[in-house]
Design a protein around this ligand. Structure first.
Ligand code: CP
Length: 310
């Protein structure tokens, strides 16, 4: 009989600062130990099911490798195979998978469906991206910043472009760390007011939303950007390309930040749109450290949410 003592990871705010600190330390230990040995038995006897409605490289591979290196079994199910909501109801699929697996990793368009699944099943649900949140990416980003700058409190982070799920997740990090977050974006692409209001009672850092690149970038230690056309926004492609052009991260815009500022991007990138190759491939870029960290932080998340359950 399964117990109800489970936790889900649907947003970065699902974790306290103490838990985030612990997971970052644990991720670093996984990173360090992988240089010597790749096998662990943290997930021995555990199975993880992954259901993705959208394409993925980093999230899929980092989860598959992480589960296997931790001694577990992983089953990846593409949208075309399972057809949640078409072949069968999303909740029926989830309630079936919980009978086989010890954890459910979901990449969906809708965030609400992940909340409903988390309510309906007795195994932990991990959000591998939804329209409003990308908490697995967020943890890897925090690790990359900590490694590059030595800490998180006091960091000035400028995000250029769409106030999307990645931007929102970084804003949630301001609820746990004293990060000075500044979004440079056209007003129409600021995150919704309901989300912004929900952050206020928990804010540890500060947040500025501005249309001015100069205001966002002044004194920035980190300059972060993401694609202008997120998955699902393809019908707005031409409009977005026009609107976001002035927020492109190129050598000229990078000069508005601190001289030694680091550049971040969650990938995949559209070179020549939101970021130029000169910047992405420059010594300032920690983009591939972020990508690598997806593996180490995923191990820490799997251990935390799945390993110690009956
Ligand atoms: N950053 C990220 O989530 O990459 P994928 O979409 O390739 O998984």
């Amino acid at each position: 009989m399964l117990t109800r003592t489970k936790r889900d990871y649907l947003t970065l705010r699902g974790l306290s600062r103490q838990e985030l600190d612990m997971l970052l330390d644990r991720s670093l230990r996984f990173k360090e130990s992988r240089r010597r040995v790749r096998r662990d038995d943290v997930l021995a006897g555990k199975a993880v099911a992954m259901v993705f409605e959208k394409p993925s490289l980093r999230t899929r591979v980092s989860f598959e490798v992480a589960v296997q290196e931790l001694g577990g079994i992983v089953s990846f199910l593409e949208e075309g195979q399972v057809q949640p909501g078409k072949r069968e109801a999303f909740l029926d699929m989830a309630r079936t998978l919980e009978r086989y697996a010890d954890g459910l990793v979901l990449r969906t368009f809708s965030h609400a469906i992940q909340e409903r699944v988390a309510q309906a099943v007795q195994i932990p649900v991990i959000n591998a991206l939804s329209e409003s949140s990308h908490p697995c990416q967020g943890l890897a980003d925090l690790l990359a910043i900590k490694e590059a700058l030595g800490g998180l409190d006091g960091v000035k982070l400028a995000f250029l472009g769409d106030g999307n799920n990645v931007a929102k997740t970084l804003m949630e990090a301001c609820c746990r760390y004293k990060i000075d977050f500044r979004l440079a974006s056209p007003k129409a692409f600021f995150p919704d007011s309901e989300f912004l209001e929900s952050l206020k009672p928990e804010m540890a850092g500060t947040m500025v939303l501005t249309e001015s690149l100069e205001e966002a970038l002044e004194g920035a230690d980190i300059v972060y950007t993401d694609v202008w056309v997120s998955m699902g926004k393809e019908p707005e492609k031409e409009l977005r390309r026009r609107i976001f052009l002035k927020y492109q991260l190129n050598l000229k815009t990078l000069r508005l930040a601190k001289p030694n500022a680091k550049v971040m991007h969650c990938l995949p990138a559209v070179r020549g749109e939101e970021i130029t190759s000169e910047v992405l491939d420059s010594p300032c870029s920690i983009v591939f450290d972020q990508a690598e960290n997806r593996l180490h932080t995923t191990k820490a998340l799997l251990e935390f949410f799945l390993a110690n359950r009956p």
